[in-house]
Structures are given as C-alpha cells and as structure tokens.
Write a protein that binds this ligand. Structure first.
Ligand code: ATP
Length: 613
C-alpha cells in the first residue's frame, strides 16, 4: 500500500507485526483453533448478525455520518471540475478565463470541505464510542454472571486476554475502521457519480483494476477471518501460560517446574508466531496487487483521454477533471482496504467476545427455601467426566448445628463446601437448603441463605467501609463496627487514619493477609445468612489469633448452621458433629467423644495432630 492513512501514534495493533519471514510454515488446517481456546468462539454467522444488529441499532448515527461525508466529498469534487473548466477556458481563449471566480469557488469549496470534514470526524468518533460502549457493557454484564466453574476451567489468562487484547482490537475497529470504511464508501460512490457526470467513458476505464482488486480481496477475505481467529486464540493461550507461570512462581520454584514451564511457554509462543506469520503472508500476497490495481487506471485514463481528445470528442476540462477524480479515489480506496484488513482482526476479536454469550447459562429453578435444614442426598461430583471426586455423599444437618469437615488432603472437602454453597450443582444427587436445591437458586437468593468464606480473599480498591458493606449496602456504621468486633478486627481498624473511610487495597493502605481474611469474615457477618460455610477461613491467622477469633465469632454465629472445613483439629473438637471425608465419601459422622470412642480414622487423625502440635 502506498502509505498509511493514519499517523504513527495512531497505528492499529497489526502495524507492529513482525516482518515477513522467509521460511514461514503455512498451517494447513485450523484444528488448533478448537483445541487452544477454553471458552467458546462465536461463528462467522453470529458475528455478521451482531454487526448487522449493531449497524441497525445505530442506523441514525451511521446515516448522519454518511450524509455529512457526502457534503464533504461533494464540496471536494467541485475543485477538480473548476480546475478542469479553467484549463478548458485557458486552452480556448486565455483572455476570457475567469481566474478570480475559480479562486472564489475553490476557496469556498475548501472552507465547506474543512468544516464538514471536521464535523463528520467528530460525529464518527462519537458514534464509534457509542457502539463500543454497548458492546463493552454487554460483555461485562455477561462476564460477571459466568458460572464460577466455567471461569475456573477457562483460566484467568483466557478471560484476561478477551477483556483486554480483544477489546483493544475491537476498539480499533469500531473507533476507526467502521467510520473510515463508511466515510470511504460514500467518498468513492460520490467520486464515481462525479466521473459519470463529467465523462461516463472513464467509469469503465477507472474500473479496469476492479476485477483484480475483487479477486485478490476475495481470496484474502476467504482465508483471513479464520486465520485471525486462530491467531487470537493462540495469543490467548500464550497469555494464559505466561499469566499462570507468573501467578504460581513460588509453586514452580518449589516443585522445580521451571524447565517444564519454559518449554510450555516456548511452545505456546512458537504457535502464536506461526499463526502471526501466516496472517502476515496473507497480507503480503494481497497488498501489492491492490496497490497496482489502483495506480494502473490513472495511466489508462491519460491514454484514453488523449485518444478521445485527438478525435475531438472530449475536452481538456473533462480529461483533467476525470484524472483528478481518479486520483482522488485512491485515498479512500486505500484507506478502505487498509481498514477492511483491520476489521478482520476486529471481527476475530468480536467472535471471541461474543463467544462468552454462548456459554451455557446457569440453570435456574425458582423456589423458596422452607426452613434451614441442609441436606445432601447421594451427591456425586467430578471435575473431569471420567473421575468423580465425591462418590455418593448423604447427610442431614439440623439448623443451628456446628459441623466440622475433616479428612486427608484431596479427599473432596472443599469441593463439598462449594456444592453446599451452591457455587455449582452436583453431577447427580441433590444438595438442598430448606428443601430447595441450592445450586439452582438465583445467586442473590442463595447468598441470603448460604455464604462461603474460603482462604482466598480479596480486598477491592475502595474504602474499608466499601469493602465490608459489599455484603449489605445498607449497613450502618454501628453494624459495620459490630461486624469488625465480631472478627477481632476492631483494634487495627480503629488505628487506621480515616477509620472506615480509609482507602485500602492497591494504592491505599495495604492490609496484611490475616487482616484481609478478617475483612472477608466481617462481610460474612454483615451478609447474615443462616448457614455459613468456612473453608479454612482462618488459616492465615496464627493459632492463637485464630482461636481468639473463633471465640469472638461464636456469639455472632450463635443459632446459625456452621459448616467448617477444618485443618486445625481443635476447631473440630468444639463442633457438634464431625464428618470425616475420605476418597469422596463420609467415612465417619459423629461427635468428638463418639468418634474418639470408635477409635477409627478420626481418632488416628486427632492423635497425630495432637502429637504434632
Ligand atoms: P485440601 O485439604 O488439600 O484442600 P480437599 O479435601 O479440600 O483437599 P478438594 O480441594 O475438594 O480436596 O479436591 C478434591 C480433588 O479434586 C483433588 O484430587 C483435587 O485435585 C481435585 N480438584 C479440586 N479442584 C479442582 C479443579 N478446579 N479442577 C480439577 N480438579 C480439581
């Protein structure tokens, strides 16, 4: 292409792609696309439908931009015609040529063109932002609703890449490609109309390059959408591998997995580069032909013009105007083709963004829990199709009971905790609270009945108050302080410079991990559910603080059902019922005294824990 229709600092992401390789291996099938993405990718038809829907939703905006551009181009088209007429007059009778009229017309046309061109660009940018914001909002609404197990399976890298890189690509496409293509189309159409009015024969001449442009562009567009999609997927995979490696640096070090991670990163990077090269080759096979196809007609216009001029059937004015028109068509044509290419990347990203909407919705079964009894019947659940982690668990927990779940690592305790909290329903069997299947209740309703606190906690950017009142937006200061007292956090909270209004999280006061865990528990106290599931919720506190906190929590938890996954057996000792889970099954169920008497797995665990501590 002759030049980029954008300035350097405004280049689209693909402008920074690597140079053409000599030995790029062209992939012959796109099977990789399916295997590399862990979330669905929307089909070409869905993407096209979405584009049509977007255009029709914003049709007024598009129409306005097109109308404004039409005026811009019409004023620009006056200039070649005026110059053509002037040349004609100079050829016939130089004394009669009206130069000052020509200057006035050209100056007026330039002023109109400048004003309307500015106006068009402003309106086009505003339109782009509207389109973008409706896309973004829909995407975010969907992302926060995604079932947690889907997000867990997909990995944070995949989702991160869709929310960042893909949105960036779409931003480029929507903000620039869409308006520029619309503007260019109007411009080209107007120029053709002007040529038709000046000398219709030149329409055929200018169209001489069209079959070549059509053929190479068609070939390019046949292959490129899928190639861009695979390229985006391979980029996301590489991103996932790198993010996972960065996030789990300590584990990688501890298990000496460095070599393996480097190999995985190299392989993911290699695949991405391979696809990057492939799309680059597609582009390099397309651009030169396109370039030739619109330079060539200019020469032909001159030749044909000269021929007809000699025959006396065409004037200098017609030839000059047509030549200038043909020249004027190059820029919009070039810009349009450049941005069609960019649009391919944008479409690939859009298909990944829309793919999020194809994830199966969480099944909702409306029902109102009647009572507080928690019951499990023949619960089976597995993360993989062929291996269940929970192998038929049944129990009844009366309201107000304190249950401690203990067992060896990997036995399925946390998995059971997630099912009890309704994060996902079991594969078979039922988990009910007050007779309603908790995994199928609407999320807001579930949170009113059952809440889960795990050892993973998060402090959001905001004030301490905002972080705690997440669980209950209407909580008063008094209630928040009561919650802080209940979790032993009032002492350090009172020392914060601005008390509840102190900014915490990134950019604010950094809370220590045990403090963050207390904040998570304070949220739970405010949420006020009748059943609480604590999965190692005090694991980050030292043993003494944890015991103190548990004692403080006792008064708040009075009367509620508490199911605690216990790694410190002292908590189990204080519970009404202890459930021992082994290999995804309940192997023992009873009070501390009863289980000690039975001298089974719990008694063994207790003795070894007591000896260690
Ligand atoms: P721990 O005390 O070590 O936390 P646990 O008893 O809580 O162990 P779970 O975390 O429920 O055990 O895990 C039970 C099994 O399920 C383990 O084999 C674990 O590797 C597997 N598992 C847990 N979470 C996932 C997941 N998100 N994807 C795949 N497998 C998982």
């Amino acid at each position: 292409m002759k030049g980029k229709p954008v300035s350097e600092d405004h280049l689209p992401p693909s402008a920074f792609r690597s140079p053409p390789p000599n030995t790029a291996r062209i992939p012959t099938d796109f099977g990789f696309e399916r295997s590399s993405s862990r979330l669905p990718i929307a089909s070409v038809q869905t993407v096209n439908k979405e584009l049509v829907a977007l255009i029709s939703k914003h049709k007024r905006g598009f129409f306005l931009v097109a109308a404004l551009q039409f005026v811009t181009v019409a004023s620009a088209l006056v200039i070649p015609r005026t110059f053509g007429n002037l040349l004609g007059q100079l050829g016939k009778n130089p004394q009669k040529a009206n130069i000052s009229l020509t200057v006035t017309i050209v100056a007026t046309a330039l002023v109109v063109q400048t004003i309307f061109s500015y106006w068009t660009k402003v309106k086009a940018s505003v339109l782009g932002e509207f389109v973008l914001s409706s896309l973004r909002e829909r995407f975010l609404e969907r992302v926060v609703e995604l079932p947690p197990n889907v997000v867990e399976r997909a990995g944070s890298g995949e989702l991160l890449s869709r929310t960042t890189t893909d949105i960036d690509h779409i931003t480029w496409a929507v903000r620039d490609a869409f308006p520029i293509i619309t503007i260019s189309l109007v411009e080209i159409a107007s120029i053709f109309i002007a040529i038709a009015f000046t000398a219709p024969i030149f329409i055929a001449v200018v169209m001489i390059g069209a079959p070549v442009i059509f053929a190479v562009t068609r070939r390019y567009l046949r292959k490129s959408p899928q190639a861009y999609r695979v390229e985006s997927s391979s980029y996301a995979l590489m991103n996932s591998v790198l993010v996972e490696s960065a996030e789990s640096g300590r584990t990688i070090d501890a298990l000496r997995l460095g070599e393996d991670r480097i190999e995985r990163s190299d392989s993911a990077l290699g695949r991405w580069i391979e696809w990057e090269r492939y799309t680059l080759r597609l582009r390099t096979a397309w651009f030169p032909f396109v370039e030739m196809s619109y330079i060539f007609p200019l020469g032909v216009v001159l030749l044909v013009g000269a021929y007809f001029y000699n025959l006396g059937t065409m004037t200098i004015a017609q030839i000059t105007a047509s030549l200038l028109y043909a020249q004027m068509a190059i820029d919009p044509l070039e810009g349009m083709l450049w941005w069609i290419d960019e649009l391919q990347g944008g479409k690939a990203s859009l298909s990944r963004l829309l793919g999020i909407h194809e994830i199966q919705e969480r099944e909702i079964r409306i029902s109102e829990p009647d009572g507080f009894e928690v019951r499990g019947e023949e619960i089976r659940y597995g993360y993989k199709k062929d291996r269940d982690v929970l192998n038929g668990i049944s129990f009844i927990i009366e309201p107000g009971t304190r249950v401690a779940i203990v067992g060896p690592s990997g036995a399925g305790k946390s998995t059971l905790g997630k099912l009890l909290a309704g994060i996902q329903p079991p594969r078979s069997g039922t988990v009910t609270v007050g007779g309603s299947e908790v995994g199928y209740l609407p999320v807001e309703q579930t949170r009113g009945h059952v809440a889960l606190v795990t050892q993973e906690h998060h402090i959001f950017v905001g004030t301490l108050r905002e972080n705690i009142s997440l669980a209950n937006a209407d909580a008063t200061d008094e209630e928040i302080w009561e919650a802080l007292v209940a979790v032993d956090a009032h002492l350090w909270a009172r020392e914060l410079v601005a008390g509840l209004e102190t900014p915490v999280g990134i950019g604010g006061t950094r809370l220590l991990p045990p403090q963050a865990q207390q904040v998570a528990l304070a949220r739970l106290v405010l949420a006020d559910p009748h059943t609480l599931i604590l999965d190692e919720a005090t694991s980050l506190l030292d043993q003494r603080s944890a015991r103190h906190l548990e004692a403080s929590l006792n008064s708040v938890l009075e009367g509620r059902t508490v199911i605690a996954i216990a790694h410190r057996l002292q908590s189990a000792h204080d519970a009404d019922i202890i459930a021992v889970i082994e290999d995804g099954k309940i192997s023992e169920w009873g009070s501390h005294a009863a289980l000690m008497k039975a001298d089974g797995p719990y008694a063994t665990l207790w003795k070894s824990w007591r000896d260690e501590s």
